[in-house]
Design a protein around this ligand. Structure first.
Ligand SMILES: NC(=O)c1ccc[n+]([C@@H]2O[C@H](COP(=O)([O-])OP(=O)(O)OC[C@H]3O[C@@H](n4cnc5c(N)ncnc54)[C@H](OP(=O)(O)O)[C@@H]3O)[C@@H](O)[C@H]2O)c1
Length: 219
């Protein structure tokens, strides 16, 4: 069984992932920042760890990560706090997490990023343009690290129930995907260590998650 640390552990994807992993017998620690979220995290079978990416330094975060085999970064400012907060959480927060994982000796690092074609062709705000730029630079930061990384780029996230059926690949057409299926995909990547140093685009589709990911193994 694997010890997993989820950054963004009280988020919609993070909570779903905690439940899936703990149900499968994995040990999960989940970073949260708001009082009250620890109960929700415990209800998903995970151990809550308090801290904010805008305040944690590398060494403190590394202390929290020590002992885990995999870090999942699914944190994001979600447009709250404007561009400054997106830069601090999705950008600088990711950098701190990558450095902390290296310091703690946690080699495997999964990042929930964004689909490059998201909202293409639509009028988008400066905040969204900045969000996409920061997400791409976070991908760059992780991809040039020495870590055993996987970048997952889901399409637009939906809250309707997952189907367990996805389309996953190095390059696929843009679409939507239920958060349930994003969490299921992350759980499957964790259980398939041969998926390494690759970018996976993800939408709803017709292939069971496990089968869709078996063809992504590169080792
Ligand atoms: N929405 C989309 O269509 C879409 C598409 C592709 C990718 N994504 C990405 O998918 C990821 C997960 O999405 P989601 O729906 O699970 O988002 P979410 O529910 O907003 O979860 C993000 C989590 O990050 C946490 N966070 C924010 N600032 C933090 C900080 N300073 N320190 C620690 N944690 C912090 C939030 O904490 P609080 O609970 O305290 O706010 C929240 O729990 C995000 O990175 C998002 O950018 C989204």
């Amino acid at each position: 069984m694997t010890q997993v640390f989820i950054i963004g552990g009280a988020g919609h994807v993070g909570l779903r992932l905690s439940k899936l992993l703990s149900d499968k017998g994995h040990t999960v620690h989940a970073l949260y920042r708001q009082s009250g979220q620890e109960t929700l995290i415990r209800q998903q079978g995970a151990e809550p760890v308090n801290g904010s990416l805008t305040e944690l330094d590398t060494t403190t975060l590394a202390t929290h990560l020590t002992g885990s085999k995999v870090v999942v970064f699914t944190a994001g400012a979600g447009g709250k706090g404007g561009q400054e907060m997106t830069n601090a959480v999705d950008g600088e927060g990711l950098k701190t997490a990558v450095a902390a994982a290296q310091q703690a000796g946690v080699s495997r690092f999964l990042l929930v990023s964004a689909f490059p074609e998201a909202l293409r062709g639509q009028a988008v705000s400066d905040t969204f343009e900045n969000y996409m730029r920061v997400k791409k630079m976070a991908d760059v930061e992780l991809a040039q690290s020495e870590l055993d990384w996987v970048i997952l780029r889901p399409g637009t996230l939906r809250d309707d129930p997952g189907t367990g059926l996805v389309r996953a690949g190095l390059a696929i057409p843009y679409g939507e995907v239920p958060r349930d299926d994003v969490a299921a995909t992350l759980a499957e990547i964790i259980e398939q260590p041969d998926i390494s140093r690759t970018i996976i685009e993800l939408t709803a589709g017709k292939v069971p998650v496990r089968d869709a990911l078996l063809k992504m193994a590169v080792r």
